[in-house]
Design a protein around this ligand. Sequence first.
Ligand code: F6R
Length: 365
Amino acid sequence: EMGGYPHYMLKEIHEQGGVCRATIKGRVHDGKVDLSGELAMDEETIKGFKAIHIVACGTSYYASLIAERVFERWTDLDIKVDIASEYRYRDSKISPDTLVVFVSQSGETADTLAAQRKARESGAYSLAVTNVQGSTLARSCDDFLLLKAGPEIGVAATKTFMGQITSLYLLALYIAKIKGTLSDQKQKELTDEMIQLAYKIETILEREPSIEDLAWKFADYKNFLFLGRGMSFPVALEGALKLKEISYIHAEAYAAGEMKHGPIALIDPNVPVVVVAPKDSLYEKTLSNIQEAKARHAPIIAVGFDGDERLASDADHVLYVPSTLEEFSPFVTVVPLQLFAYHVAKKRGCEIDKPRNLAKSVTVE
Ligand code: F6R
């Protein structure tokens, strides 16, 4: 049932092109996203939304942080993203014209369910973005949007993260269409590129042997620092989480611009720095962070776009991914980081599909 793979996690990483494709299928027509047949919210309801809150835990929270950056770029909504175990106890203003989106693969996470009860009491419209149609979350929200990831067995979330970002991007494009905040031409450009992502993801999977080689070189380090800016900051967070949860190596992620506000003190030849550096509008800034880390003799692993030679001259190792529009870079940059974490854990002999102390769904607080 693992389809020839030694672990579910690896199988699920390899399914991600398919998940992206399946999640988009039937939801894009003539360069526009259409979710009208499946969402309960109608156009009037959508036009009435002034704010959006996205609430989740763990990897689902990192997917939400990525979505935050496109919601603020593509729509006119005021956006807030929070961790469910914080949101439920805070005093954020949730009004009836707020759309509150709960992102949960399982739909059973205790803190996410508690946050949903709070939103419901405030009269806001709640939407579940989940992989499990019959889950408690899907049943308690006013509305739900399904990821088409299929069951995920490995405890570390991989293909459901891909399904989450795909679904959230579709939601952002759909809301932008109805609110008229993106031109037809821009919507077409974005949906055309979105359809290409599955192929790009599959290209990265073919490069697994070189990622495995690199993972073997780095499997004995005790601390890692992950850096990224803009769209790549949440990708750095997710890359560090994957590494720590399955290989038990300490990994911290920072917004690259925060480096000189503290974490730079940690950098020395024993702390590899993984920098997510796609060629986007913040690329030059990220490159200067690479140089700062390099000046302190940290081994540098960069994730960058194909053809980016400059990166190769500054970093010790580059994991190349096919280039895409700035907004979509997380779809490609996250994949080598998942494979890197997987192969480091495998080299260390860890129990990859069932890491210690973790459960697939966290139904206690
Ligand atoms: C990490 C991981 C967890 C979950 C988190 C939320 O690999 O799987 O961080 O993302 O427990 O779970 P869901 O999405 O089911 O609410």
